[in-house]
Design a protein around this ligand. Structure first.
Ligand SMILES: [Mg+2]
Length: 254
């Protein structure tokens, strides 16, 4: 099989940072339902965030734009605090009831393989830290991640990506942004990664195709996380035991 350009040039990352929504898990609309419920509880308005924001925007951008869209003014700090609290509480409940919730194909296996290869793992999510972590609870994926950058660190995705990289540098003093791969499913993720000087890996598991992610300038594009991760060697093919000189037949029990 012909090797792709990506495989030929990729080196193993020191750190891999993963987006959450549509990269690791599909929540089946838990986030949108929880924003709607929060606006309904506080203002009696069942707000639709889809009318005021797009995929890959940070929670803070989503909250402010939706607030302004439905109430016609900017929220105060107090109002934002109440909105975030109502959102997080609803999400923590909804995430367990969401019928379409699932882990995306190959996500867990990829995290296991990266960890075994010595790659440090973190999160980069536009979701607030509490929301990002909550979304990973039913899939039991929180256990893989050492650190992260979240929508609660900055409303700007490039800035929160930079913050996550800086946290990684604290543990890895030789690290440069170019040794960090950032995995995401939207053009927003790819633009932010490029701005932060890291290597973007687009995964076409969300609303965007591989071609759209390539057009956004992704350094590597995967159709799903079932594909080999760039820079990791493929698992060695299983050879029949009898032809493996390193393996002796088990000694007979007496
Ligand atoms: Mg995403």
């Amino acid at each position: 099989m012909k090797k792709s350009h990506d495989e030929a040039v990729a080196t193993k990352p020191m750190v891999a940072l993963f987006d959450v929504d549509e990269t690791l898990v599909h929540t089946g609309g838990s986030g949108a339902r929880s924003w709607k419920a929060a606006f309904e509880k506080l203002y009696d308005i069942p707000a639709d965030i889809g009318e005021h924001s797009s995929a890959g925007e940070t929670d803070s951008q989503v909250a402010r734009a939706t607030f302004k869209g439905v109430l016609g003014r900017d929220p105060s700090a107090d109002e934002l605090g109440k909105l975030y609290a109502a959102y997080l509480l609803h999400l923590a409940d909804d995430i367990w009831k969401s019928e379409e919730y699932h882990v995306l194909p190959g996500a867990e296996q990829t995290l296991v393989r990266l960890g075994e290869a010595g790659v440090m793992l973190g999160l980069v999510s536009g979701a607030m830290e509490g929301a990002a972590r909550t979304k990973l609870i039913p899939a039991n994926l929180n256990r893989f991640f050492i650190y992260g950058g979240y929508g609660s660190d900055s409303p700007d995705r490039a800035e929160l990506t930079r913050l996550a990289i800086n946290k990684a540098i604290r543990l890895h003093d030789q690290l440069t942004p170019a040794q960090v791969y950032v995995v995401g499913d939207t053009p927003h993720d790819i633009e932010a990664t490029k701005t932060a000087g890291a290597v973007s890996v687009g995964v076409a598991s969300g609303h965007y195709s591989a071609d759209e992610l390539r057009a956004a300038g992704a350094a590597h594009v995967l159709v799903s996380l079932k594909e080999p991760f760039p820079g990791l060697s493929r698992p060695a093919p299983q050879r029949p035991r009898s032809k493996d000189p390193g393996v002796q037949p088990p000694a007979r029990r007496r």
